[in-house]
Design a protein around this ligand. Structure first.
Ligand code: B1M
Length: 211
């Protein structure tokens, strides 16, 4: 029986080497990648998020935990993004300007890829103009915007406004996500969908291209 708590502790403590070793161990023991993610890795981010909020840990610890998380997720990539599904559509995705959080976005990408999406990752700190430039290239069904900070959320309506001004809004569906967002925020800014997590992102994205 794999010890998920040990993996959670190693990620929360920012122990990159131990976290990668335990992740490899889990995969070698045929623990499904989605269990490694949901039972081992994600609880670590919840824990450090809370400890950071309570002032028990500081930015360096948050950074180290983020690094351990990314290293472990990298090992899950082949399994999570394995192409099993038929082609669904093409998506550009990025974290909005001013925001450097990309762990959640990267998980969304893996899940989309595993569900037949061709994904262009625009990275982090992406200005509205950059999103528009990419959509202007054509061929995209979906634009994904991620934000983890309350003060970067306004970059989402800014991006949608710019798409409208460039005559691109009708060409692409917009899906938004990230921990401070809600369905009502998505409605308010005129996004086509909001997803609470990566699994919901896949479901909502598919619904949008079916319409
Ligand atoms: Co920061 N951070 N952080 N951080 N960080 C949060 C978000 C925070 C809630 C922590 C806290 O105070 N409790 C807080 C935000 C408060 C707020 O705005 N209300 C915060 C803060 C304040 C900050 C800084 C400002 C700290 C500082 O400098 N004083 C700073 C900002 C830097 C910047 O971006 N400009 C900062 C920095 C960092 C690190 C760089 C150290 C690191 C990020 C490393 C990285 O991403 N490469 C970090 C981390 C790790 C966190 C927490 C702990 C974890 C985030 C995470 O990766 N979660 C976070 C606390 C928390 O969320 N519990 C916190 C795991 C991930 C799988 O979940 O990202 O929510 P999540 O993604 C989910 C869903 O949200 C959804 O699906 C994903 C997968 O299921 N989703 C989408 C996300 N995007 C989507 C897009 C979609 C659909 C669904 O469609 C397109």
């Amino acid at each position: 029986m794999f010890n998920f708590n040990e993996l959670t502790d190693s990620v929360a403590d920012g122990q990159v080497a131990k976290a990668t070793e335990l992740t490899k161990k889990a995969l070698a023991a045929k623990v499904p990648a989605k269990d490694v993610l949901n039972k081992g890795l994600l609880p670590a981010m919840n824990r450090v998020g809370k400890d950071f909020e309570d002032g028990q840990i500081f930015l360096p610890e948050l950074l180290m935990a983020g690094d351990a998380m990314k290293a472990s997720i990298g090992l899950l990539r082949p399994e999570l993004s394995r192409k099993g599904a038929a082609y669904t559509g093409k998506c550009a995705i990025g974290t909005v300007e001013g925001d450097l959080h990309d762990i959640g976005k990267n998980i969304v990408i893996l899940m989309l890829e595993g569900n037949g999406w061709e994904v262009t990752d625009l990275g982090i700190d992406v200005p509205p103009q950059r999103f528009c430039e990419e959509i202007k290239k054509g061929g995209y069904d979906l634009l994904g915007l991620s934000a983890l900070l309350t003060f970067t959320m306004p970059k989402m309506p800014e991006t949608i406004k710019l798409l409208k001004e460039a005559g691109l809004r009708e060409k692409v569906k917009v899906i938004v996500g990230g921990v401070p967002l809600s369905q009502s925020f998505a409605n308010q800014i005129g996004a086509d969908a909001y997803a609470r997590d990566a699994v919901e992102a896949v479901v909502k994205a598919r619904e949008l291209v079916k319409k």
